[in-house]
Design a protein around this ligand. Structure first.
Ligand code: GRF
Length: 212
């Protein structure tokens, strides 16, 4: 069994979709631990209820980002992860941390990267007049919301959309996209080729989600 450590900052709905799918599809991997920098992250309670070990490394307890990231790495490494999965983890991670987990560190971002890295993606997509939005799963590099793209999900932008309604549609797509991409990763189906990731068997690395 490969070991997945998931990092969260809040609700943890992507965490839940990953843990459910891993069990339902009998992946050769399972979520071994969930770690947050916030003790009040709701996803920690969900994980504890599932019997998944949880941990908190409070960034405010560390004077420097390096100090925080060393403590975070120690908490992660205690679970001997094969994969470190950022699922709504809202701290920017430094170069040393990212290099430590190179090739086994994944993130999901709620936009069609390279458009709209950073915050307020849905509002920015609406203001830009985008007619399509979506989410991206990518390997993490030291640059924020950047790195070889594993898969993307596309959703339509509707005329009446607000940032909240668009966010809900994208989130529903994320819940399909992240488990699909992570399953490929744990099954050894991904080949990193420079800045690109290709699926070994040529599976389409995209989802088109028109509902709701
Ligand atoms: C998701 O939209 C994710 O893409 C973004 O933060 C949100 C986290 O949601 N980075 P959840 O905690 O997984 O419910």
């Amino acid at each position: 069994m490969q070991r997945i450590v998931v990092l969260i900052s809040g609700r943890g709905s992507n965490l839940q979709s990953i843990a459910h799918q891993a069990a339902a599809e009998q992946w050769p991997a399972r979520v071994e631990a969930v770690i947050s920098h916030r003790a009040d992250a709701a996803g920690l309670g969900w994980a504890a209820g599932q019997g998944i070990p949880t941990g908190v490394v409070d960034h405010r307890a560390h004077a420097t980002r390096e100090g925080f990231e060393q403590a975070l790495s120690a908490a992660i490494d205690a679970h001997r992860p094969d994969w470190v999965v950022l699922a709504g983890f809202m701290r920017i991670l430094g170069e040393e941390f990212v290099r430590r987990y190179a090739g086994r560190l994944l993130n999901i971002h709620p936009s069609l990267l390279p458009a709209f890295p950073g915050l307020h993606t849905h509002q920015r997509a609406l203001e830009s007049g985008c007619t399509l939005a979506g989410a991206t799963v990518h390997f993490v590099t030291p640059r924020l919301d950047h790195g070889p793209i594993v898969a993307q999900a596309v959703v339509p932008v509707r005329a009446a959309d607000t940032a909240a309604s668009l966010s809900a549609r994208v989130l529903a797509a994320e819940h399909k996209l992240y488990p699909m991409a992570l399953r490929w990763a744990v099954q050894g189906e991904l080949i990193i080729d420079g800045q690109r990731v290709v699926h070994r068997d040529g599976a389409p690395q995209q989802l088109f989600c028109t509902e709701p």
